[in-house]
Design a protein around this ligand. Structure first.
Ligand code: ATP
Ligand code: MG
Length: 405
């Protein structure tokens, strides 16, 4: 058994010693069967949340109303969830309240896909009433029970289906695919934040193309808020060698292909974290510049290593070339630079003020921009004394450089 299951075993044993049932469930069991790396071990139990808390001394209430208690064991947290049934789905979303039950099979029944509805006991024995292992063998994603009903209960499952396609490279079972196509419009009822999380997992998957093809076939993209929502964009991406692109690069490629007039507005519609949005907007500016120009040292420096790599990989893909060895090439280039960011300059703004005795103003930023260029072009070395001389000349109206000052 995997190390993570062994580490979590005492939790199952303690629950059982207290008279309850307890099993490993969900994604960890699926990934274990698939020999994929496991990240979180989830445990399902017949004990109610209060009963779970009475068994363990160190717990955190992370989602008590949904039956989930975080049990801390040897400095790791494990989600222990009471067997539950989900009924009364409203507005095509998972219900706010759930019913705690004592039957494992009924708990497995409310899970989305058969590959996610397998339980395993502490000895490694599988409980698999919906033939999830067979589905794993056949590389098939199939809902537990009627796909039309299951997608109707909770439309996020539409996104989950395609993101599992991307992560696992599986196919959709025929009936599941038909229902996906038929129920796609229900995605409009799901909060963007939740769609976004699934979209990111989809884009990180190894089989993005396959997932995007199915999403397009079902027209799920009609219910995505912007970027990637146009059929034409998906079509183009599917025909490009995107295999070496990571999550942010895929967003950048799609953003570029959509040629949006107001890219920021488009990114905002996805409710993407601000930090990522800023990175993408900066990268897009450099990408738009790069398509008609070649890099100079100064432009590479201004872009920074990460953005330069992103942009260059996209340029490659747009030329239908595989973005191989780009990272190494750009890193090598940066390694030749005397400085790779402003903080590496041998002087600071305070030095400049002291040397020039001028009042601070926008000129400082102009000075630094020029200084960086001089240093990058190796006109002056990044040494304090040499820079001081340069700054003094820069501030001296009789010098050519400073005729405007
Ligand atoms: P990941 O590897 O991304 O964590 P996962 O299968 O573990 O994948 P989670 O979102 O962590 O996915 O959910 C854990 C389990 O809970 C799933 O394996 C599935 O059994 C069940 N589950 C999660 N979301 C849903 C849903 N929307 N409908 C039904 N069951 C769900
Ligand atoms: Mg999980």
């Amino acid at each position: 058994m995997d190390r993570l299951f062994i580490q979590a075993k005492p939790i199952i044993e303690r629950l059982k010693a207290a008279g309850y049932e307890a099993y490993y469930v969900g994604g960890a069991v699926r990934d274990y069967i698939l020999k994929r790396e496991i990240d979180d071990v989830d445990i399902a139990t017949s004990a109610t949340p209060l009963e779970i808390k009475s068994v363990f001394s160190n717990t955190v209430d992370v989602g008590i109303e949904h039956g989930t208690i975080l049990v801390i064991h040897e400095r790791r947290g494990y989600e222990v969830t009471t067997f539950r049934a989900e009924t009364n789905y409203v507005d095509y979303r998972r219900p706010e309240s759930v019913t705690f039950i004592r039957s494992l099979k009924d708990d497995l029944r409310r899970r989305d896909f058969t590959i996610n509805a397998i339980a395993m006991d502490e000895e490694g024995v599988m409980i698999d009433p919906f033939n999830g292992r067979e589905a794993i063998k056949k590389k098939c994603i199939k809902t537990v029970g009627s796909p039309t009903e299951r997608f109707g209960e909770d439309a996020l499952r539409l996104m989950r289906a395609v993101r599992f396609v991307s992560q696992l490279g599986f196919k959709l079972d025929n009936r599941t695919e038909e229902a996906l196509i038929q129920q796609a419009p229900l995605l409009q009822y799901i909060a963007i934040e939740r769609i976004f999380l699934e979209m990111e997992k989809l884009l990180k998957g190894k089989h993005v193309k396959r997932a995007l093809k199915i999403a397009r076939k079902a027209k799920l993209n009609d219910y995505w808020p912007s970027i990637f929502n146009q059929e034409q964009t998906i079509e183009q991406i599917i025909n490009m060698p995107i295999e070496g692109l990571d999550l942010m690069e895929l967003w950048l490629l799609a953003l570029y292909l959509e040629k949006a007039k107001e890219p920021q507005k488009q990114l905002k519609k996805w409710k993407m974290p601000t930090k990522d949005m800023k990175t993408l907007l900066r990268a897009l500016t450099f990408l738009n510049w790069r398509k008609d120009n070649n890099w100079t040292n100064i432009q590479l420096y201004r872009a920074g290593k990460e953005i330069a790599v992103m942009v260059e990989k996209i340029v490659c893909v747009l030329h239908h070339e595989k973005p191989q060895a780009i990272t190494v090439k750009i890193y090598e280039k940066f390694a030749e630079f005397p400085i790779t960011e402003r903080s590496q300059l041998a002087i600071t703004g305070t030095d400049v003020l002291e040397w020039t005795r001028k009042t601070p103003g926008p000129w400082i930023s102009q000075l630094f921009t020029q200084l960086e260029e001089e240093i990058l072009n190796k006109k002056i070395p990044n040494e304090r004394e040499m820079i001081r001389r340069w700054v003094e000349k820069w501030g001296n109206p009789s010098s050519d450089k400073c005729s405007k000052h």
